[in-house]
Design a binder for this molecule. Sequence first.
Ligand code: NAD
Ligand code: ZN
Length: 351
Amino acid sequence: MNKEINSGTYSVLFKQKGFDYLSDHLSDINYSKIFIHVDNNTKKNCLDLFLNKINLEKYELIESKDGEENKNIYSCLKLWEIISDKNGDRNSLIINLGGGVVSDMGGFIASTYKRGINYINIPTTLLSMVDASVGGKTGIDFGILKNQIGTFYDPQMVIIDPDFLKTLQKNQISSGYAEILKHSIIYDLKTFKLLIKNDKTTHDINTIYDSVSTKNSIVLIDKKEKKERKSLNYGHTLGHAIESYFLNTKKKLLHGEAIAIGIVLASFISNKLFDFSFEHVISIKKHIDLIYSKIEINENEIDSIIDLLIHDKKNSHGKINFVLLENIAKPIYDVQVKTNLIKESFKYYLS
Ligand SMILES: NC(=O)c1ccc[n+]([C@@H]2O[C@H](COP(=O)([O-])OP(=O)(O)OC[C@H]3O[C@@H](n4cnc5c(N)ncnc54)[C@H](O)[C@@H]3O)[C@@H](O)[C@H]2O)c1
Ligand SMILES: [Zn+2]
């Protein structure tokens, strides 16, 4: 894969081309200190692989505990403390080697330390390759509210190498695949048709490339999410609420697992409000049912999930704003949906 994606201020590069580019960047800039930010899993599974791909003589390792429950201010305090103790200065670099938790939190740390230092994302999960590492959003959770605190702050580059996926668990691959499917639904009919006919995830390098290109082109039009970027929240209004709700329960869901449910719900609602073809709704549900295990959600839980929606940061003036579809690749933003229809959509998902 020799192609690269231009994200305005930075590039997304693939495989060895990315590591060559990184080597050149490091000799050009001559950073005072390089911090490699890992979590316990990427330290074990990805660090040696990364160091084999690039010649890095001196670096400091900074480690977070893995998992969404650690994407918070307490983890940030520890990271800021270590960077400060090790005399990180304005000319330091953070390399985030990990999934979306590592890149969201590492990007946030970088954007605030000394009013902003450089960082680079090397995503090691499918989800962070196609979504979290690209687009310049950084952030942490606040209580049960996802990504409540954060910044827009671009990395110097993103390097995508599917070699890292070899050690990733299967459910994490499915989780990332939800974003690939989402990108195709909102923007890329050709890819959608290819994906939907399979009974399993498609995540080869070309599919990853297409998915990143889709996200990137949307971000380039509307970085600050005033309009078009909202389409990336397809399936996320309810998906986030589902994810937040189950975060502290035994049914804890991965991000993409919650989004997959959100995609089915939003597709159903799109049919009711905008005549989005029911054929598409059926094929999306069928495809998702084949890939993800069904999550039982009872009526009380549905009520609690709907309550949580009011806290979603995308809601303005207390209204619940949905991204819906007129057709594949034809999203509509800022639609308000009545509670009864939301409940009906849950029934459809559970059917
Ligand atoms: N900034 C954005 O635009 C954006 C977009 C989408 C999602 N996100 C965020 O991304 C996060 C989810 O990211 P994620 O799904 O990558 O989760 P994650 O970072 O929690 O990684 C999932 C798990 O896989 C482990 N892991 C990572 N790479 C591995 C590898 N190569 N081999 C073995 N294990 C590995 C991690 O340690 C972790 O336990 C959420 O917090 C979400 O809010 C951000
Ligand atoms: Zn997402």
